[in-house]
Design a protein. Structure first.
Length: 505
């Protein structure tokens, strides 16, 4: 199996208008002349290099007199398709194959689509060797690329294929860069979709239903399917979605079922999702970047049990208005919600400890944020450029440590006359700590309007811990808000006894 390199490109679809018809056995049928029109793609990025001069061409010889032709063939063994078609191999537009099909036959169909007119293949009644569409069945780079830097790419004309029940595997790169492919079915027997299987095709469907039994959507499987404006339904058996799996697909919805364990980096980058709900079974997020650039995403639900939100998780989700932060959360990664310019309110739960660099930068609509008593550190520019911030709650008795580099945590805040400065609510008796620039909390001193409040006046997310409230037994023991047993409560602090909060007096 050849190793696929990372491929990013803008590929404009070839448009094919041949009809899907099947008549007769072995005999050739002809109809009205059908032209095949296409617009060449503009650019190709391969191995990280932008090949602006790359030409996208057809190897099919021009023939203005070509008439639409279809054919039905019944094979008795694998490997005889090319022989049965003979000189007609590169002249037929639509092909029905009944009987046995192996790798050699797939190569013949690829040849007919690259060098000839074949655009529709019907394998509904075929028996595929190993119950599989082979790896790179419709992609052979050594014949489709030319030039030392791949200056020329020859595309195939395949636009529709019907796959048979009994199919279990679609191999790696099976339809890789089949840039005219619009229609394909997924048999109920399918169990495996390989890396790059439909990468850069032009699949068009309103519903994409992955059959029960499939456990993994492999890396790049549907990446760059720019016409795939579908609602995606995943099976209950799915366990892993690989990196870049749906990158650049304008899918509008997808279910992520309980049982899903892993979401690869960039799996849903630059999609058109409106709402996302992560199941509690999902704990592996690799390097992050899963939902960035979903510019119509409005709601995101994160599960209890999640301890860290990865880097760039939802960066540039301009319409994101609603996201919950689980009580188990401890860290939010670099640029996780940067440029989510519609978020107005962020309530971070008790137990939360740190923000990565630019985690909440440029939240232009943000009016209120709550930092819990457990907050310990804020990364560089993590709270920068909040143009409409009105209220900041920080329940930490010790000001969270701030990274002072490049303008510090609160860069983009400028209140030279004290006007329009947000109100910063902090615990009673801590104002000198927050204004002390000699400490590791440089950045807090730039705010003018501090208000010291009783701990009970903070939003409950900043001081409450539902997990502790629900699990402590009624033994009259006293615990702090981090669940640690306390022998001598300090006056003015909040503690938990018998599952209830109280302020020590």
């Amino acid at each position: 199996m050849r190793a696929f390199s990372t491929l990013l490109f803008v590929l404009f679809a070839l448009s094919a208008n041949a009809a899907d018809r099947t008549v007769g056995t072995v005999s050739v049928q002809k109809g009205n002349n059908v032209s095949v029109n296409g617009e060449a793609p503009l650019s190709l990025t391969l191995d990280g290099k932008d090949h602006q001069s790359c030409q996208f061409l057809s190897k099919r010889a021009p023939d203005e007199s070509h008439e639409f032709t279809w054919k039905e063939v019944t094979t008795t063994r694998g490997g005889e398709l090319a022989e049965m078609l003979g000189d007609q191999l590169r002249s037929i537009d639509s092909l029905v194959v009944k009987g046995y099909v192996n790798d050699k036959d797939f190569h013949a169909m690829w040849d007919a689509s690259l060098y000839g007119y074949l655009s529709v293949i019907n394998l509904k009644n075929a028996v595929l060797e190993n119950n599989a569409v082979p790896d790179t069945a419709f992609f052979h780079g050594n014949e489709q690329y030319e030039g030392s830097s791949h200056e020329i790419f020859y595309y195939i004309g395949l636009r529709k294929i019907i796959l048979p029940e009994g199919l279990e595997k679609i191999g790696e790169g099976a339809f890789y860069q089949a840039s005219a492919l619009r229609q394909v079915n997924f048999p109920s027997t399918l169990r495996y979709i390989g890396d790059f299987a439909f990468n850069a095709t032009k699949l068009e469907m309103n519903q994409l239903v992955i059959p029960e039994g499939v456990e993994e959507i492999n890396q790049y499987a549907f990446a760059f399917c720019r016409k795939l404006k579908a609602q995606v339904t995943l099976p209950s058996t799915i366990k892993k979605i690989g990196e870049w799996a749906f990158y650049g697909c304008p899918i509008t919805s997808i279910n992520l079922p309980e049982g899903l364990e892993s979401l690869g980096s960039l799996a849903f980058w630059d999609c058109d999702l409106r709402e996302v709900s992560i199941p509690s079974s999902c704990h592996e997020f690799n390097e992050g970047w899963q939902f960035g650039f979903n510019r119509n995403l409005e709601k995101m639900h994160l599960p209890e049990g999640m301890t860290e939100i990865p880097d760039h998780f939802a960066v540039d989700c301009f319409r994101l208005r609603e996201v919950n932060f689980p009580h188990t959360l401890k860290h939010i990664g670099e640029k996780a919600f940067s440029l989510c310019i519609s978020l107005k309110n962020v309530d971070l739960p008790l137990g939360m400890q740190s923000l990565g660099e630019e985690a909440f930068s440029e939240l232009e609509a943000l009016e209120q944020i709550v930092f819990p008593a457990s907050m310990k550190s804020l990364g560089k520019n993590s709270c920068s450029y909040w143009k409409n911030i009105k209220r900041i709650y920080c329940a930490a008795m010790e000001p969270p440590v701030c990274d002072p580099t490049d303008g510090g945590v609160f860069s983009g805040f400028d209140f030279p006359d004290g006007l329009n400065t947000p109100v910063v609510y902090i615990p009673k008796g801590t104002i000198n700590k927050y204004k002390d620039t000699s400490r590791n909390c440089m950045g807090w001193e730039k705010f003018w309007n501090y208000v010291e409040i009783d701990p009970s006046e903070f939003p409950t997310t900043a001081i409450d811990s539902p997990a502790i409230v629900e699990t402590q037994s009624k033994d009259n023991s006293i615990y702090d808000l981090m669940g640690r047993k306390v022998e001598r409560p300090q006056k003015g602090n909040i503690y938990i006894q018998n599952g209830k909060k109280f302020v020590a007096k």
